[in-house]
Design a protein around this ligand. Structure first.
Ligand code: GRF
Length: 223
């Protein structure tokens, strides 16, 4: 089993997607050993408690700077003997020492089709505001490995979502979460835990791609 920690900052809907997928057997060989929250008031902590997952708070507000916060997260991961860290609505960049130590062992979910609408300052609802402002007809989500540059790591899975003419940033965020994030993040975690990811520089290949999500097919495509 791969000892996995899920890092959160807010509502935890992506955490919940992993918890639920695991219950339905869609996330294999993964031990959810910890939830680590940067926010003591995150509803994600309630979700962890309901699921019986040990939760830890590393409150970003009590750290003088990003480096000391990142160091505290790094130490917690090491203390808990974590192999895989999953950033699920986690709102902070982790510093190079942690990323180096956890090379290709930190997975993030970004609510756009990287490289679109990604990089510094492009997170949460701002991503969907930018997509609507640009007028794209398709957006989606990306599960990727983290490197020290924001949203620039090797892409594991992506899933497209249509943009509707009457969309608001909130309605678009909701659809991207429901139709993309909550599907590809659990799938990416399972692929890692099953040892089915081959990483060749920036390219990630999936050994024995089976499900539609793994093949990058959208729901509407003919079976
Ligand atoms: C989501 O839009 C996710 O893409 C982004 O943070 C938002 C909240 O995620 N990373 P969650 O509900 O806390 O998982």
């Amino acid at each position: 089993m791969v000892r996995t920690a899920v890092l959160v900052s807010g509502g935890g809907s992506n955490l919940q997607a992993i918890i639920d997928a695991r219950i339905f057997g869609e996330v294999k060989n993964c031990e959810l050993a910890a939830v680590i929250s940067s926010n003591p008031d995150a509803y994600a902590l309630q979700r962890a408690e309901f699921a019986g997952i040990p939760a830890y708070i590393i409150d970003r507000k009590i750290f003088a700077n990003r480096a000391s916060f990142s160091e505290a997260v790094h130490k917690k991961l090491e203390d808990l003997d974590i192999e895989l860290a999953v950033l699920a609505g986690f709102m902070y960049i982790l510093d190079p020492p942690l990323i180096r130590a956890y090379r290709n062992r930190v997975i993030n979910i970004h609510p756009a089709l990287i490289p679109s609408f990604s990089g510094p300052g492009c997170y949460g609802i701002h991503v969907h505001e930018a997509a609507l402002e640009y007028g794209v007809k398709v957006t989606g989500a990306t599960a990727h490995f983290c490197v020290s540059e924001a949203d620039a790591g090797p892409i594991i899975l992506q899933k497209a979502v249509e943009v509707r003419e009457d969309d608001t940033p909130l309605s678009l965020q909701r659809r991207v979460m429901e139709e993309a994030e909550w599907k590809i993040l659990p799938a990416a975690v399972s692929l890692y835990c099953e040892g089915r990811l081959e990483i060749d520089g920036k390219i990630v290949r999936i050994k024995g791609a089976r499900s539609d999500v793994e093949r990058g097919r959208s729901d509407s495509e003919p079976q």
